[in-house]
Ligand binder design. Structure first.
Ligand SMILES: [Zn+2]
Length: 77
């Protein structure tokens, strides 16, 4: 059987694969050192600070969703 290709966060992201051309925060062109993955797609920002701001926002939403799922799990069953 073939070896599975490991999908790790260390896989280098390519700016050419980014789904957007400009930073959603600033409107400036995205930078090669400010890429991250969102829903399996490469998304870009103008600098790492903007990327980290996005990462914090996503984490905050994910935590809120998880809390809501845990809450409604008992209600919908
Ligand atoms: Zn930016």
């Amino acid at each position: 059987m073939p070896n599975a290709t490991p999908l790790t966060s260390n896989t280098p992201l390519e700016i050419a694969d980014a789904v957007n051309d400009v930073c959603p925060w600033s409107g400036k062109p995205i930078a090669a050192d400010a890429l991250t993955l969102y829903n399996g797609a490469v998304v870009g920002f103008c600098d790492p600070a903007c990327r980290d701001k996005f990462a914090r926002a996503v984490r905050s939403f994910e935590n809120a969703l998880q809390a809501r799922r845990a809450e409604s799990a008992g209600i919908n069953q």
